[in-house]
Design a protein around this ligand. Structure first.
Ligand code: GLY
Length: 372
């Protein structure tokens, strides 16, 4: 078991990691259920998959302690992060009489967490929520740190708010039912922490990535806890990404976003896969600028390939050129006027924000990578 505090003035909370937590949700989440003791139902939001897998167990556990559950269930996938679903969710929260002291339980991956967090940010000007992340990606990244959002026609995550959860409960056992491809995609975000800020952790992941992916309990808990400890530190230093600290968590995301846009934000390339390849490109581009060594960049690429993640542009079979990918980057929400900050690597375990990157040079680099 690990308990990692996220220290924020007036809004500190714990991330608890423990096998079987979901089966003990009534005890683990007890401090945030007190308001329901008078017979009101505890609101849970899930997608159809997490509802099918866990609803009965949660109802039984809460039932033993005299609580009943009220469910709001969405379809799985990004289509749940829309104005329409947000409106229905907020209306539902109002209909069940949620108060600002109440907490809503978000059971699912990043989509459910982002949607519930945003609904709770705006309903009655802010009510509480508890994150119960069920994918590796949500466990090590999106459930912690308070970024909440929906998607609109203009792009992903462009409408949202910073709204911190009151508690994050991570049960690594739920990953046993996660498809291997999604497990690998989440592992890309774990590798990200090593690459951006902890060379020792990166070396540990090189040696133990296979057993993390095989869900070895001790290795998995170490990987999750180390990732969250770094995220908690960074979020505590720069909660709203106004300095260049939290931006480090975007390593691989600018290249990755362009690849996701080019592949239509589809199953052809999952977010974590795009981030993985984006990190390879960031490392290789950094080496081209004379920062990280070529050996270091190729070590990063090898670790990503060893995890079964895409490590070269040619493997994607894209038909576009570098300029088209750069065009997608211009719509990135991190764009600052006509420039774009890039997360680059000085060495393994040391990322930094570069503001002197020429987009024409990025296009030329991508053309080289597309032909490599
Ligand atoms: N996923 C990046 C962040 O939370 O800042």
């Amino acid at each position: 078991m690990a308990v990692i505090p996220v220290a924020l003035a007036g809004r500190s909370y714990d991330v608890v990691i423990e096998e079987g937590l979901l089966d003990r949700i009534a005890v683990a989440g007890a401090p945030f259920m007190e308001g329901y003791a008078g017979g009101r139902r505890v609101p849970f939001v899930a997608d159809t998959n997490t509802h099918r897998l866990y609803a009965a167990g949660i109802e039984t556990d809460l039932g033993h302690r005299g609580f009943a559950v009220e469910w709001f269930v969405v379809e799985p996938g990004e289509d749940a992060k829309t104005w329409g679903v947000l409106e229905r969710l907020c209306d539902w929260l109002l209909a069940i009489g949620v108060t600002r002291k109440d907490h809503v339980f978000a059971l699912g991956g990043g989509v459910v967490g982002d949607l519930v967090g945003f609904a709770c940010a705006i309903t009655k000007r802010g009510c509480g929520f508890v994150q119960l992340p069920t994918t590796l990606l949500a466990q090590v990244d999106s459930s912690v740190g308070g970024k909440t959002a929906i998607n609109t026609a203009a792009g992903k995550n462009l409408i949202g708010a910073f709204h911190q959860p009151s508690l994050v409960l991570i049960d690594p056992l739920v990953l046993n039912s996660l498809p291997d491809r999604e497990m690998r995609a989440g592992f890309a975000e774990v590798l990200k922490y090593g690459l951006l800020g902890d060379a020792g952790f990166f070396a540990w992941l090189e040696a133990h990535g296979d057993i993390v992916l095989a869900r070895d309990p001790a290795a998995l808990e170490h990987a999750i806890a180390t990732s969250i400890a770094m995220k908690a530190r960074i979020v505590a230093e720069d909660e709203r990404e106004t300095e260049d600290r939290r931006a480090l968590l975007n390593l691989g995301h600018t290249f990755g976003h362009a690849l996701e846009a080019e592949t239509g934000f589809s199953d052809r390339l999952l977010h974590g896969e795009a981030v993985a390849l984006g990190m390879v490109l960031a490392a290789r581009y950094s080496a081209r600028r004379g920062e990280i060594s070529t050996d270091g960049a190729e070590r990063a690429a090898r670790a990503i390939a060893a995890a079964g993640l895409p490590a070269s542009l040619t493997a994607l079979g894209l038909t576009c050129n570098g300029a088209a990918l750069v065009d997608h980057m211009r719509h990135d929400k991190k764009a600052e006027g006509t420039t774009l900050p890039f997360l680059l690597l000085r060495q393994l375990g040391e990322a930094y924000v570069a503001r002197d990157v020429d987009l024409a040079d990025i296009a030329a680099f991508l053309d080289e990578e597309l032909e490599a």
